[in-house]
Design a protein. Sequence first.
Length: 413
Amino acid sequence: MDLLRFITAGSVDDGKSTLIGRLLFDSKSILIDQLEALEKLSRNKEDGEIDLALLTDGLRAEREQGITIDVAYKYFSTTKRKFIIADAPGHIQYTRNMITGASNANLIIILVDARHGVAEQTRRHSIIASLLKIPHVVVAVNKMDLVDYSQDVFNNIIIDYAEMAKNLGLPDVTYIPISALKGDNIVEKSNAIPWYDGKALLDVLENVHVENDVNLTHARFPVQYVIRPQTEELHDYRGYAGKIISGVYKKGDDIVVLPQGLTSKIKSLEVAGKELDIAFANESIVMQLEDDIDISRGDMILKNENQPRLEQEIEVLLCWMDSKPLLQGNKYLLQINSRRVRSSIKQIEYKLDVNTLEKNHEVKQASLNDIVRVTIKVSSPVPVDSYNDLQANGGAILIDETSNVTVGACMIQ
């Protein structure tokens, strides 16, 4: 059974948490004890209904303010697919939280309040979705019950959003009129919206095609661990463990190891102690090579074609996640997959306005939640791909050396 990771985003009070709660509730993915706890927490509601938003708004401050602050993850499955949901906050000051939740998403649900139409936060989250190259977008026009399920209201929102989606290059956009509160078009098609001939939200999530989102042409295998049992029966065993992040490897393939440039052939591929003739992207394997060469954690085993660039200066689009400002000359650890190297900020080129995509070249520093383009110099060469070409090897993080806190999310240009 395959897995779909998706994130919900939208303006404050657009109903993101309620939508997720409704999706879990109507798909019968809530345990009895969770339901009982929800009923207790919802006892002060005037209409006596369960407050489904409490399923994801777990922090006390979130419940007190009625907003989402941190990214909340929920897991459920149907007979067709498993799901990981990230509920992202809508406030501007929590942009870093949204980017964290969206970084691994196959799909984003952008909620639009039917009464207000396409708002500033709608544009902001759509721009972030385009920067992160999320391949599938669902625009859920929520609170249709508050506009009498008007088809004209829905169509006008489609027209406004479609123009923006075209300018941003969003490739696959689906529009659904819903009411998260009432459950219209969430799990089942709603009789209250007879003019809508599309699918309910869950049907879209179950059937969206994500297999083509995996890159099978650029073979990338970052080594996470070197296995040397050094026992009598496995005296000469040397295996390289890790996850294939893209591409396909076969027994007998010629390979090259970066950054050293060493070459060899694949002797065997193993999963859980069983040998394979072929292994694909997203599989965790142990690889053995025919030659006894010096390979350690952070090295990358590749095939001879479609190789990445080997760089010591990297240009990135960076979301700054720390309360301390980013300044030119600051030093950090840069980690891309399993490779971690020392780095410094060589230059801050511009700050990107995520509402208008305008570039401010006058900035000297970046503050919390800013998105900036910077040049990073690394202490030793790093094999990288452009984030646009291969996200699996085009994303990196910056780590504060003293606190070990992740302070920046990078999209390599």
